[in-house]
Ligand binder design. Structure first.
Ligand code: ADP
Ligand code: MG
Length: 342
C-alpha cells in the first residue's frame, strides 16, 4: 500500500448462501486500489457484482450474504476487522456513498435539511444552529438556488435530479476521503445525467476526494474515469488506465462492451450487443465465466478459469488469449521446461 493509496481491496469474496446449498459467488476474488484524487470506474453489465463489491467495502452486506474472504484497507486499517460501531463512525464520514435511486436513499419523512444536519451532528459534533447553517451552504454548493427554502423541504417536493443533488450534499457533508457512487445517474433523464456527474466531479476536486464510480455505461467511463475495472461474473476481467482500455482493449468482454456503445456516426444504438446473458452467480461455467458468450472461446476456456495477469504495466487481463498457452495446456510439460531451463 503506497502513500497515496486511499483504498485497497484484496481478494474480496462475498457469497450468498441460498436454499438447496446453492452459493452465489457475487464477488469472487476482487483486487483493486484507489489512489488519492483518482476516479476509478467499476463497469460491467447488470449482475456482474459491482454493487455487492461496493456494499462489501461499506460493510453493508446482509444475510444470506457474507464476506467470506479478503481485506479492505482504508487509512491503513482493515475495515473487515472493525466493529459495527467503528464502521458506523466511518460510513458517511470518511467514506460516503451515493445510490442509484435517491428516493429510496433519502428518508421521506424528514426534510432535506434535517437529513444533512443529522449526518453533521453525528460525525462533526456541531450544534443544531451550526449544522443548519452548514446544510444551507452545502445545498447552495450543489446547485440549489433557494437553499434557505430547500433546507425545509421534503424529498418528494424535489425532482429526481434535485434529489440526487441533495444526496450529493449529504454525501459530501463530512468531506469524505472516498466517495462511492453506484449508478448515480441511471435513474435520471439523459439530459440531467451529465449535470449530476459534472457536479460530482466538481465536488471531488473541491474536497480532494477519491471516487469509485460504478456504472454499466462505458460512455460515462470514457468521460469521467481515470482508471477502469471491467467486472464480469464477480471478478475483474480487465483493468487499466482509461486511455489504454479504450484504445487497446484486450478481453473479448471489454470489446463487446465497447461495440455496444452508441456511436455518433451510426444510426442504430447498441449495435454489437453481447449475445446471451450474464450467468447466475450460483451457476458459473466451470472454466472462464465468459466462455458461454465469448466469440473467441477456445477449448481450454471451458476447462479452467484464467487468472488475472498483468500483460503490460498496469494493464491486466483474465483471458487465455494473452497467457502462455503451452504452460497452461499441459502442466507436466511446462514443469519439464522449467527444469531444463535451470
Ligand atoms: P451489479 O451491481 O453488477 O448489477 P450485483 O452486485 O448487484 O450486480 O449482484 C451480483 C450478483 O450477486 C447477482 O447477479 C446475484 O446473483 C447476486 N446477489 C446479489 N444480491 C443478492 C441477494 N440478496 N441474494 C442472492 N444473490 C444476490
Ligand atoms: Mg448494481
Amino acid at each position: 500500500m503506497t502513500n497515496d493509496t486511499v483504498l485497497e481491496v484484496k481478494n474480496l469474496k462475498t457469497y450468498f448462501f441460498l436454499d438447496d446449498n446453492k452459493v452465489a459467488k457475487a464477488v469472487d476474488g476482487v483486487d483493486f486500489s484507489v489512489r488519492r484524487g483518482e476516479t476509478v470506474a467499476l463497469v460491467g453489465e447488470s449482475g456482474s457484482g459491482k454493487s455487492i463489491t461496493s456494499l462489501s467495502i461499506m460493510q453493508l452486506i446482509n444475510r444470506p450474504g457474507r464476506i467470506v474472504d479478503g481485506a479492505v484497507h482504508f487509512n491503513g486499517k482493515n475495515l473487515l476487522d472493525m466493529s459495527d460501531k467503528q464502521m458506523a463512525s466511518i460510513r458517511g464520514n470518511d467514506i460516503a456513498m451515493i445510490f442509484q435511486e435517491p428516493m429510496t436513499a433519502l428518508n421521506p419523512v424528514f426534510t432535506i435539511g434535517n437529513q444533512i444536519i443529522e449526518v453533521l451532528r453525528k460525525h462533526k459534533k456541531m450544534t443544531k444552529k451550526q449544522a443548519r447553517k452548514r446544510a444551507i451552504e452545502l445545498l447552495k454548493m450543489v446547485g440549489f438556488p433557494r437553499a434557505e427554502e430547500t433546507v425545509d423541504e421534503y424529498p418528494h417536493q424535489l425532482s429526481g435530479g434535485m434529489r440526487q443533488r441533495a444526496m450529493i450534499a449529504i454525501a459530501i457533508s463530512c468531506e469524505p476521503k472516498l466517495l462511492i457512487a453506484d449508478e448515480p445517474t441511471t435513474a435520471l433523464d439523459v439530459t440531467i445525467q451529465s449535470q449530476i456527474l459534472d457536479l460530482m466531479m466538481e465536488m471531488k476536486e473541491k474536497f480532494n476526494m477519491s471516487l469509485v464510480l460504478i456504472t454499466h455505461d462505458l460512455g460515462v467511463v470514457a468521460e469521467y474515469a481515470d482508471r477502469v475495472m471491467v467486472m464480469y461474473g464477480g471478478q475483474i476481467v480487465e483493468t487499466s488506465d482509461k486511455r489504454t482500455l479504450f484504445k487497446h482493449p484486450k478481453h473479448p468482454y471489454t470489446n463487446g462492451l465497447l461495440e455496444s456503445l452508441p456511436s455518433v456516426d451510426k444510426e442504430e444504438e447498441r449495435l454489437g450487443m453481447i449475445k446471451g446473458i450474464v450467468p447466475p452467480a450460483h451457476n458459473f461455467p466451470k472454466g472462464c465465466r465468459f466462455s458461454s458468450r465469448c466469440p473467441k472461446v477456445m477449448k481450454k476456456c471451458f476447462e479452467s478459469n484464467p487468472e488475472l495477469e498483468e500483460i503490460e504495466f498496469e494493464h491486466s487481463v483474465r483471458c487465455y488469449l494473452y497467457t502462455d498457452t503451452d504452460k497452461e495446456a499441459n502442466h507436466d510439460s511446462s514443469q519439464t521446461k522449467e527444469r531444463s531451463k535451470s
